[in-house]
Each structure stands twice: as C-alpha cells, then as structure tokens.
Design a binder for this molecule. Structure first.
Ligand code: PEP
Ligand code: MG
Length: 659
C-alpha cells in the first residue's frame, strides 16, 4: 500500500524533522519506506532518511506493509504535509537543529592587525571576535581497530558488548541532556548526536560487520566511515557537516568498548585557545566553555555544530584549517581573529602587543557599555532615536535583544535565499518574517527585499556573466525582472504584516519607476491574497538610499515612500567610484569624504522636508565619531550590527548631556 505527496516540511527532512518522522514511523508495526526518485529507504532510520536528502516541495511516496499500514500512511503523509513538522516539538529541537545552521556572522570590519611580519594561517571565520592566549592542543590519539577476526562462538558476545556500549553512550548523552545548565542550542546538538547513536543505519551496519567476523571497534570505525562518506557526498552543506557528527559518535562508542576515557578538556587553562583537528560537538558542549578563549580546528566550517556553539557562547573561532592545523600542535601561544579567519602561531612582540590591546579594549568597552542596554536615546528636543539591529537570520535575534536593539533596521533577506539549495517558499518566508515581527514588537522590523547580484549567485536564479556586477543586475532590478521570485517575497511580507510592525524597503533603487512598479506588484499580491482568503495587511514601503541617482532624486522619491534608509556601504562606493571590495582603493572608499557626507546630508534634508523618517543602515550608522553629525542632520533611526548598539546609545546620550 502506498501514497504519494508533495513534501511541505520546512526545508525538507533535515536532521530534526527526519528523526521526528522516524519516531512516528516506529510507532507502527508495519514496515514503512519512503521513496524518492525511485530510491526507497526504511522510514525507521533517520540517517537513511537524511541521506535521501528530501527537500521541501519534492514529491515522495510513503509505502507501508503490515497490519497498521493504512494508519501509518495516513500519519506519515500528514507529517510530510505539515510545514512545521519536527520544528517545535519536544523542546530539544532547539537552535542546534538544522534551522540553526546559521551562516558565519557578518564580519564586522576591524582594524587590520600590524602583523605583517608574522605568518598567518587562513581558515574559515566561523565565530567573530579576537583572542590571544596559551595554546591548548587537543589531539586525542586516533582510535585504531585491532582488526581481529572473531571466532564464530565469539560473535554473540561481541554483539552484546557493542549494544552495551551504545546504551552507555546514549545514557551519558541523556544525562547531559538532563543537566539544566545546557543552553537550548547545545541541547539540540546533543539530542541530534544521540539520535545518530541510536540510528539503525549505524547500529545495523556495525552488527552486520560483527556478524561477518569483525571485532566491535573495527566494525564501528568501518561503519562510521561509510556513513560519514555518504554525508560528505550529498550536495548540501548542512548534511556535509553531519559527517563530523557521525565520526564523533563512532569515537564515543569505541572509547566505551576500549574502556578508555576521552582525553579531557577539563584541564584547559583560563583563556586558552583550544586547538584540535576535529573536536566533537558533544565534547565542546560539555567543556568548560567559560574558560575557553578561542577555538581553532582543522575540520569544520561555518555551519558545523562547533561553529554554532562557539557563536552562541561568544567564543572567537577559526575552523577548516585543514592540515595546516598541524603547525599548531607545538605552539605555545596563539592569536586568533575570528572576523578575518586568521590564526597567528607564536605571535611576535608586535603582534602580541596589538592583539592584547584589541582584546583588552574590547573587554573593557563591553563591560562599561552594559548599562546602556535599556536606554532609550533621545535628541535634546525629546525625539527618540531608534537604535536598531542589522541582522540576517533568526538565530541573531537573541544577540540583538541582548544588546538592547530597538527593533530591526535592516533584515538582509539574502541569507534566507543563500542558505538553501532551492528558493525559499512563500510559507517559509512568511514564517520567518512573522517570527521576527513577534520577537521585536512593538518596535519596527524593516525587511529589505532580496538584494542579490552576479557577485553573489544563489541556487534557483540564473545570473548572466557581468563585467561589473556591482553596476549590474542586482537588488530591485533583478526582482522586478523576476516577478515569480519577487511576488513570493511580497506575498510573504503582506502575510507577516498582520503583526503590525513590519516595514519593507527596496535596495539599489535608482529611479521612481522602481517604486511604482513594486507598488503595483504589492497591490496585485494583496488582491490575490484577498481572493484566496489568506490573512494579510499592508505595510509601510521605504527605499534604501545607496545610489547617487537616489540621492539626486531624493525630494521626488520622498513623496512616494514612507521612509528612507541610507545604505552608506554602497553609497560610498558609488559616490567615490571605489569598489568596496578592492583593498587598493580602500582609502577612497571612505564615508567621511566630504562628497559622501554631503550626499547623506542632501538625503536627510529631502526626507525631513517631506516629513518622512530618515534612517541609516550602512556600517557608518554605528560609528561614534559620526553619529552626532547624522543625528544633527535629522536622522531618527540608526541600524547597526548588535555589537555596536550599546556604544551608539551611549554616544547619543552623551550628545544631550553635553549641551
Ligand atoms: C549598504 O549598502 O549600506 C547596506 C546596508 O547594504 P549592504 O551592505 O547589504 O549592501
Ligand atoms: Mg547595499
């Protein structure tokens, strides 16, 4: 008996939704399989399901055979058709689940360290911040299987030994989960590892090898290597990162079988930089994280579990160094720059002095700024200056709230599109925007429509080769040419607008027609939603001012929109004709150049004269040396990365106090 359907589960059967699906399948006696593109796998193995790489909107068939086949098919089809399936049950599917595979945080520009004489190793910038400290090299010995062939009468005993080891690893993980000092994110990660340890594909493959005569340790190493290789081969970054998890679980089982303890991280000294070829997420989650100054790893990338743990604990991390990590085995001291992805081994005096200064300055400043978290900064005339956050994913909400953000001034939606191998659905987008709106209510959340171009291609959109991508088919230009993509986003925004605090802004606007054409599309989407009976509401529409053309037509533009938000990153490069990515023209790419400052002033004047809100969401909005000038020009909203918020509030408060 079988039935087909289109998968609506948000982002498909990634780790947590897959394990929940398996749990449901296991509740039925029948044999159940899931079939995609002619390939059938057992629905009772989460590893096999994950490897089937079932994506949202793909067609699959549920096949069941047994006494309760009808009930099984009904329940499993219902699960597959539920967009939120597996996302909000059991409390342990926290940030560590697949949805938390946040990209590396936006690298905030930091002053380049004067370390030119000292060799730097380059890895993946996986968690921002700088640190310098004693090296703590953690290279636990490789476990090798004895490669012993079992006698026929030893096999049953070896199977029992293996099952006992799995049970003990699971029990240890359960104990860790029961501790209440784990964060929601770490809890989700440990729960995902526990699922792998319990999965039939791992245990089944190990038992098959033992029955074939392999000793248990060799069988675990072999089975874990096969499954990890399968994860590495899937065309999906999130699933690739699960290969490390499989190895970590295999290692834990082997250690129990060998009666050994993992080399402990308990002795890591205060402020030390942890260096490892490959550290298990479970080991890191249990480590004394408060003492760890930084993490450096040969394996891993921005979406691996260790990156997520490091980011959520504010620990700078550089991952993916590959074999270069071996150069750190004998290091005494290490400096790490998690913004740039640099590692300096045994820094010289100059580098040490520079890092020490940067670390101390950052710590002192952080401590002194905390009191500004809850401050509502006002101009001398009592007008509130909204100090909001620039974010690009839901995982950053907590950091923004912790910093005291008064809403979101720029939600960069590109990451939603870049994180996936397919375009995000309208439902998924509506849920994301709604979650943001709810998190920051009653403050505004300004969502920027897709700002992507030939320099940052994404799956699902064909970009032409362009000589000058920054002057090409990007932002609003691309969106208006692709109403199939743009309308989905506008419909999702109209749906999320029912929460009352969503505003929408258009990037790269250079003529009024771009606004009027967008408005026509918004009206079309609203009529469609009305006809379909889908709840929705209108939103304020604004524009980013980031092209010279927009500055020059600002008085006319101001009559068409509800607000301006000045994008100084692009505005500077276009006013100065100096590529923002090209270090050789970095000197010209300077927001304080009088040409750029007068473009900002012209914009502010036009907006203030028309009585609309003028804000800023480029990097310059967080600069204490420029904030007084911007506030003086009439800007009433400044949006920046969460790390700059308290400093900006302090700067505005000081302006009033000084008068
Ligand atoms: C800007 O250009 O100032 C801006 C905020 O947008 P982005 O950096 O995403 O181009
Ligand atoms: Mg821009």
């Amino acid at each position: 008996m079988e039935r087909s359907t289109i998968v609506r589960v948000h982002e498909g059967l990634h780790a947590r939704p897959a394990t929940r699906f398996v749990k449901l399948a296991k509740a039925f006696e029948s044999d159940v399989e899931l079939v995609k593109d002619g390939k059938a796998v057992s629905a009772k193995s989460s590893v096999k399901l994950m490897l089937l790489a079932v994506k949202e909107n793909q067609e699959v068939t549920v096949r069941a055979n047994g006494a309760d086949a009808i009930e099984a098919i009904e329940a499993l089809i219902g699960y597959l058709e539920n967009p939120r399936a597996g996302l909000d049950d059991e409390g342990d599917a926290g940030e560590g689940g697949p949805q938390a595979a946040a990209p590396a945080p936006e690298a905030t520009p930091v002053a380049a360290a004067p370390t030119d004489g000292t060799p730097k190793l380059q890895g993946v910038a996986a968690s921002e911040g700088v640190a310098i400290g004693p090296a703590f090299a953690h290279f636990p010995p490789e476990i090798e299987g004895p490669g012993r062939r079992l006698q026929a009468d030893e096999i049953e005993g070896e199977l029992q030994r293996f099952r006992g080891a799995v049970a003990s690893v699971q029990a240890r993980m359960d104990r860790t989960l029961a501790e209440n000092n784990l964060s929601a994110g770490d809890r989700g990660i440990v729960a995902a590892l526990r699922d792998i340890a319990a999965d039939d594909s791992l245990t089944g493959e190990v038992e098959r090898l033992i029955r074939g005569g392999d000793d248990a340790v060799s069988a675990v190493i072999g089975a874990a290597a096969t499954i990890a290789a399968d994860f590495s081969a899937v065309d999906d970054h999130y699933l690739n990162a699960r290969a490390d998890d499989v190895h970590a679980v295999g290692r834990q089982i082997c250690l129990v079988l060998l009666g050994q303890d993992e080399v402990s991280l308990e002795t890591i000294p205060q402020g030390a930089i942890l260096i490892a070829d490959d550290i298990g997420a479970w080991d890191l989650a249990r480590a004394p994280l408060k003492r760890i100054g930084g993490v450096i790893c040969g394996h891993g990338g921005a979406t691996s579990h260790i990156a997520i743990i490091a980011r959520s604990h504010g620990i700078p991390a550089v991952l993916g160094l590959g074999d270069k990590v071996n150069e750190l085995r004998t290091a005494k001291e290490v400096a790490i720059d998690g913004n740039a992805g640099h590692v300096i081994v045994d820094p010289d005096e100059a580098a040490r002095a520079d890092f020490t200064r940067r670390v101390e300055a950052a710590a002192q400043e952080r401590a002194g700024l905390k009191v500004f978290k809850g401050v509502t900064p006002k101009r001398a005339d009592g007008t509130v200056i909204e100090v909001a956050a620039n974010i690009g994913s839901l995982e950053e909400i907590e950091a923004a709230q912790e910093a005291g953000a008064m809403g979101v001034g720029l939600f960069r939606t590109e990451l939603l599109f870049m994180r996936h191998m397919h375009l995000p659905s309208e439902d998924m987008q509506a849920e994301t925007y709604s979650a943001l709106a709810k998190a920051f209510a009653p403050h505004s959340v300004i969502v920027r429509t897709l700002d992507i171009g030939g320099d940052k291609p994404i799956a699902g959109i064909e970009f032409p080769d362009e000589e000058n991508p920054f002057l090409g088919w990007r932002g609003i230009r691309m969106c208006l040419d692709r109403p199939d993509i743009f309308k989905k986003q506008l419909r999702a925004l109209l749906r999320a607008a029912i929460h009352g605090n969503i505003k929408v802004m258009l990037p790269m606007v250079s003529e009024i027609a771009e606004v009027t054409r967008t408005r026509a599309l918004v009206d079309e989407c609203a009529s469609e939603l009305k006809a379909e009976g889908v709840p929705h509401a209108s939103f304020d529409l604004g524009v980013m001012i980031e092209t010279p053309a927009a500055v020059l037509i600002a008085p006319a533009l101001a009559k068409e929109v509800a607000f301006f938000s000045i994008g100084t990153n692009d505005l500077t490069q276009y006013i100065m004709a100096a590529d923002r990515l090209n270090p050789t023209v970095a000197k010209l790419n300077d927001v304080t150049n009088p040409a750029v400052m007068s473009a900002i002033e012209l914009t502010a004047k036009a907006g203030v004269a028309a009585g609309i809100m003028v804000g800023m969401c480029g990097e310059a909005a967080g600069r204490p040396d420029l904030i007084p000038a911007f506030v003086g020009m009439g800007l009433t909203e400044l949006s920046m990365s969460p790390a700059s918020i308290q400093r900006a509030k302090k700067t505005i408060a000081a302006m009033v106090a000084e008068r």
